[in-house]
Design a protein around this ligand. Structure first.
Ligand SMILES: NC(=O)c1ccc[n+]([C@@H]2O[C@H](COP(=O)([O-])OP(=O)(O)OC[C@H]3O[C@@H](n4cnc5c(N)ncnc54)[C@H](OP(=O)(O)O)[C@@H]3O)[C@@H](O)[C@H]2O)c1
Length: 219
């Protein structure tokens, strides 16, 4: 059985995930209201996040190289990063030290460079290796549930990973903060690479102020 998977995004009225003013505080407040056991991020989102919100030149220090002690009473989610290509090599300490996660886990595949796997092992980052080229998302989520007790996953990703989760029938719910803005052409659209049509059932709609609306749909 897979964990429950919620795709959570702030979108413009023309369904872009970038190119308009995102209320970051509100975005994470609503994300955390789902009480996720894990936050699932794609490597592009994770790298962009470091560039946007941290000093990406800040070096790793010796304490960053060890897995923090795991406390069963810690209610923070696990940060889970899809990264078959090793894009986050040399960067994961930003997430380990952020204080937002009780642990940092990486999903990799059979083709992931050995140098990246060595980087993860030397620093005690748990990883799940499944899938040939790309990560087999369903199998990885199943293993996350078994090994880390993850029952609810909320995504913190753009259109790449979220579209794959929807396309592969893994997503249970879509949560959108619709923002009163048009991002215009050239911006990344959320479900740009979804090919299969799906019916959705509205769970709730709520006005958030500032013209924003929170919509939740069951897939
Ligand atoms: N508005 C919002 O709510 C919001 C939220 C988060 C991010 N963003 C923005 O979105 C942008 C990034 O979005 P993005 O779509 O380019 O990147 P992304 O969401 O990070 O997606 C890329 C990740 O998805 C994985 N992936 C894609 N297709 C896959 C498949 N079929 N099977 C397995 N894994 C797959 C890739 O795997 P590999 O490891 O194999 O490459 C990669 O790790 C950034 O600009 C960020 O700021 C917006």
């Amino acid at each position: 059985m897979l964990p429950r998977v919620i795709l959570h995004n702030s979108v413009s009225l023309d369904n872009a995930v970038v190119g308009f003013d995102i209320d970051i505080g509100l975005h994470y407040e609503i994300l955390l209201s789902f009480s996720p056991d894990a936050l699932l991020a794609g490597s592009t989102t994770a790298k962009t996040g470091i560039e946007m919100f941290s000093d990406s030149d800040e070096p790793e220090v010796p304490t960053d190289r060890h897995r923090p002690p795991q406390d069963p009473g810690d209610s923070r989610p696990v940060g889970v990063f899809v990264d078959s290509r090793g894009v986050l090599q040399g960067l994961l300490h930003f997430y380990r030290r952020s204080g937002h996660f009780r642990d940092v886990v990486v999903l990799v595949s059979a083709t992931t460079p050995e140098a990246y796997l060595a980087y993860l092992a030397e620093r005690e980052y748990p990883y799940i290796r499944c899938g040939e080229g790309r990560v087999d998302l369903a199998a990885a989520l199943e293993e996350l549930r078994i090994r880390f007790g993850v029952e609810t996953v909320v995504t913190d990703s753009g259109g790449g990973l979220n579209a794959a989760l929807l396309e592969q029938g893994i997503a249970d719910e879509i949560s959108l903060i619709v923002t009163p803005a048009i991002a215009g052409t050239g911006q990344k659209n959320l479900f740009r690479s979804v090919h299969t049509s799906r019916d959705l059932e509205l769970i709730s709609s709520r006005e958030l102020g500032g013209g924003r609306v929170h919509l939740r749909y069951r897939v």
